[in-house]
Write a protein that binds this ligand. Structure first.
Ligand code: CA
Length: 219
């Protein structure tokens, strides 16, 4: 049974999430402070962390930073009342896999958890993807250009993976958002464009072309 750590100090929300996840067949544990969440997450007993940003002790961003800094690749979905784009980008740049603004519907959280779990399962069969001189190791999440390691955040890696899997095909902003971010259709969000910019800086500006009015294509 997959096991999920819920880092949330508001008992009402933690209880609601725990009840739903147990009903969906997951084992759960609640951590009510950032410090507890960090310690529990480092035990390797959990398959995924649902991490609130506003926690006593350490906030969610600090927990995230410490976990990623210690080499943990555990999938992390952040919860927060702060829904500004810059917070989202900060959280994702810090290595969170997904981001959900409060208030949220339980089925939305569950869909994202299932998406993350499935991505982990998928990785067993396809250790490496490549396109021209770019190689993505799905298992270790390492990216290389012409053999040289390039540091990508979890989200940048997921976006690069989507482009490589669909090389030569145009991906719309909405497709990128739904496949990489798991968002419902949100025509107002420019987070995909921001991240395409990051990838161009890190992987080379000629690799992803803009197809005006449609989206992006890896060439
Ligand atoms: Ca909180």
């Amino acid at each position: 049974m997959a096991s999920i750590l819920i880092a949330e100090d508001e008992a009402r929300i933690a209880g609601f999430v725990e009840k739903g996840l147990r009903a969906a067949g997951y084992a759960t544990q609640i951590a009510a402070t950032g410090t507890d969440a960090l310690h529990l997450a480092q035990t390797d007993e959990f398959d995924l962390l649902v991490l609130d940003v506003n926690l006593p002790g350490m906030d969610g961003f600090q927990v995230l930073e410490q976990l990623r800094g210690s080499g943990s690749r555990m999938p992390i979905i952040m919860l927060t009342a702060r829904v500004e784009l810059q917070d989202t980008v900060a959280g994702l740049e810090g290595g969170a896999d997904d981001y959900l603004g409060k208030p949220f519907r339980f089925d939305e959280l569950l869909a994202r958890i299932r998406l993350r779990m499935r991505k982990d399962d998928d990785s067993g069969g396809a250790p490496a993807l490549s396109h021209r001189d770019l190689t993505l190791d799905i298992r270790t999440r390492e990216a290389r250009v012409a053999g040289t390691r390039v540091e990508l955040s979890a989200r940048e890696f997921a976006l690069a993976e989507e482009f490589v899997r669909n090389a030569g095909h145009v991906l719309s902003r909405e497709q990128l958002l739904s496949r990489v971010w798991g968002y419902d259709f949100d025509p107002g969000s420019n987070v995909a464009d921001v991240y395409v910019g990051y990838l161009r800086q890190k992987l080379g500006s000629d690799r992803i072309e803009t197809v005006r009015g449609v989206g992006y294509r890896m060439v």
